[in-house]
Design a protein around this ligand. Structure first.
Ligand code: SF4
Length: 671
């Protein structure tokens, strides 16, 4: 794809730039390409820059202004714009406001990027308005070189100048360098996603050095294109009023840079002009070629849209929060449930062709900042849809996390799912100013349809099952999404777990380790008035997967997870349909899976002895009833639908069938 057929996003910062910005933006507007978005971050200019930009934005629809009241520094400012670029962008240009660009430079650089995917950053030569060439690329700095330059001693300055001059040969018009002046960088979108956002620990400089060093560390080339040039007026901000501040922050930035990249004297560990990292670059070339061959990334228009599923952090300082436990908690036993409902929805999206990332923050357990760092370094900026799980105990924290995501990635659609927003959708949305919508009840297809709408440019708020915020700020609810009747069309959670998670991170105290949890059906016929999942998520019909589908997944787990010992069947009441349970047990024996796995399940106290024996023979070791109380009046009051006689018979039969019983009780109900 040539430059003229591609889309490009320009990132420009302004600060007292009234003398230059119009010429710069005029030259950008002259460029011929399929799609152009120009993001300008105005950093609190005291001259007429802001007004110039505002006036211009009225007549230039592709000019997106981010107006700041003060100078945020280069990294924070650029990141604000980078977080807004469309994911369909082919190229990103970091551009100074005092430049004048031209078509030839961009066509040539885009061709170079296309021909060699291992080029991370490319830049043209910079020419001043007096026609003199400016330094456009250098070797990575070292501490002695910086001290030499600062010494103002001619001999040391001479040595420093020599050390920073690029020495790699010029091949095909390109010269590899340690870093490029960030007056005009061109990157492919993919290289940007690989390198990430600017490091906000650096305020002003050396953000360009740091970014190029990170490109090298990722195995990408940083090259100066000698065949083309652009005009760079070279506005020396450092000679203006901010001199002392910038020098101080520059030195702080340098110290941070050396510390972060682990060198001060010898930069060759990161970039050695004599010795290119040929092997790593060949790997990148091959990897990217395979993507192109699979036609996933051959053209940016076909790039899968990214959806990020997040089980948010909560009280990491106290341990691992099991949000999808029936009683969400940080347990003393260390029990951590798989976030299965989130996993199923993510698997549905992945199956539908979306690029899915998944963060289960309580696993590590990550703090809020660690979670945000993870998201940022795993393509947060490319994400179009964030889906966050919730629970009632953590809801304020979940909302705060969602609000922060929206602040960081304002162009992304942020939605909450789970029990709490299903029960209180309007209240949740009214408390969550950064959240665009909440999904009510079972959300697999709601999330998928929202993702499809975002991908196709349709209105995501028209998806059934959503409660959303309108443009005027009011909250509206669409009709419910129907419950999924054919559960065999939902992908297997275990396949998703294999790809995105680690079974060794999860633990269920009543099970052998490691275990995998799964649902073979959804919903519960019973009406226990305290029970959250049937009431808020899956309703009062028991919808089931076919037994063949379940056995198929168990066979997959058998081969994909050789060390998994136990299967936890998490259906509300797996045993409610006797014939289905007997069929399952028979298939377990026929396939020999009863010898491979032990398993456990939730089982109401109306389970009979014959079924218990069949379950035992099929590998079941443990059944979990909700006994709740030894008082019939309380059972009646909570609409349990069971009797003390049933409970006594159940426990006696389980003992006879040699099944262990893990009984659940409640305290505090009215007698
Ligand atoms: S039987 Fe169990 S899952 Fe079903 S409503 Fe009662 S407590 Fe909930």
């Amino acid at each position: 794809m040539s430059f003229s057929e591609s889309s490009i996003a320009f990132i420009i910062l302004t600060w007292n730039s009234e003398d230059y910005i119009d010429d710069c933006l005029d030259s950008v507007e002259m460029l011929q390409c399929a799609q152009k978005d120009v993001f300008v971050v105005e950093n609190g200019s005291t001259d007429n820059t802001r007004q110039l930009l505002v006036n211009r934005a009225h007549r230039q629809p592709n000019l997106h202004l981010i107006l700041e009241g003060k100078n945020l520094g280069t990294t924070v400012s650029r990141n604000k714009a980078l977080r807004r670029i469309p994911t369909s962008t082919d190229y990103i240009c970091i551009l100074d406001s005092d430049t004048i660009v031209n078509q030839k430079a961009f066509e040539t650089m885009a061709t170079q990027l296309k021909n060699d995917p291992t080029i991370g950053i490319i830049a043209p030569r910079l020419v001043g308005i007096d026609g003199t060439y400016q330094v456009s690329g250098r070797n990575l700095p070292t501490l002695p070189e910086k001290l030499g330059k600062a010494s103002h001693l001619p001999m040391l300055e001479e040595l420093a100048l020599h050390a920073e001059t690029p020495t790699a040969p010029l091949i095909g018009g390109l010269q590899d360098v340690g870093y490029l002046m960030s007056a005009c960088w061109l990157m492919s979108y993919r290289a940007f996603i690989t390198i990430g956002l600017f490091d906000e620990n650096i305020f002003y400089a050396p953000e360009d050095v740091d970014y190029c060093a990170r490109a090298h560390e990722a195995g990408l080339r940083v090259v100066l294109c000698h065949d083309v040039e652009i005009t760079h007026v070279y506005q020396r901000i450092s000679r203006q009023a901010l001199l002392s501040t910038i020098n101080a922050s520059h030195f702080a930035g340098l110290a941070y840079y050396f510390k972060t990249h682990g060198y001060a004297l010898d930069s060759r560990r990161i970039y050695d002009p004599e010795k290119q990292c040929v092997e790593k670059r060949e790997q990148i070339r091959q990897h990217w070629k395979e993507d192109q061959d699979s036609q996933l990334l051959a053209c940016s228009k076909e790039r899968p849209m990214k959806v990020f599923f997040i089980n948010p952090p909560f009280k990491a300082e106290h341990g691992r929060f099991a949000r999808e436990n029936r009683s969400a908690a940080i347990t003393r036993s260390g029990t951590l449930y798989y976030p299965l409902w989130l996993i199923y929805a993510a698997a549905v999206c992945e199956d539908d062709g979306f690029q899915v990332s998944f963060l289960d923050a309580p696993v590590f357990p990550y703090t809020k900042q660690q979670s945000l760092d993870y998201i940022e370094s795993n393509g947060g900026v490319a994400t179009k849809l964030f889906v966050l799980d919730t629970s009632t105990p953590s809801i304020y924290s979940d909302i705060a996390f969602a609000d922060t995501l929206k602040e960081l990635y304002p162009s992304a659609f942020v939605m909450l799912v789970g029990t709490h927003p299903s029960a209180l959708p309007e209240e949740t949305l009214n408390n969550a100013k950064g959240v665009d919508a909440v999904a009510r009840h079972e959300f697999d297809f709601i999330v998928r349809d929202v993702a499809r709408a975002l991908r196709d440019g349709a209105d995501p708020c028209e998806v059934r099952g959503l409660t959303y915020r309108t443009k005027d700020g009011s909250v509206k609810s669409n009709e419910n999404y129907p419950y999924i009747t054919d559960l065999d069309q939902i992908p297997w959670a275990s396949k998703f777990i294999k790809k995105h998670l680690d079974v060794h991170d999860y633990f269920f105290a009543a099970s052998a380790y490691p275990e995998i949890q799964m649902f073979t059906g959804r919903g519960c016929l019973a009406r226990c008035f305290f029970c959250v999942y049937p009431q808020t998520m899956h309703g009062h019909q028991y919808r089931t997967r076919s037994i063949d589908n379940v056995i198929g997944e168990l066979s997959y787990i058998d081969t994909a997870f050789p060390d998994v010992k136990e299967i936890v069947i998490e259906d509300d009441t797996f045993t409610i349909n006797k014939k289905r349970v007997m069929d399952f047990c028979q298939k377990m024996e026929e396939t020999g899976l009863n010898k491979r796995f032990r398993w456990l399940c939730n089982a109401r106290v109306n389970l009979d002895y014959e079924t218990m024996v069949a379950m035992k023979n099929a590998g079941c070791k443990l059944i979990i009833p909700g006994i709740e109380s030894g008082n019939q009046q309380i059972l009646n009051n909570i609409h349990k639908g069971t009797t003390l006689e049933q409970i006594r018979a159940y426990v006696a039969n389980a003992k006879k069938a040699n099944l262990a019983v893990h009984a659940c009780y409640m305290v505090g109900n009215k007698g």
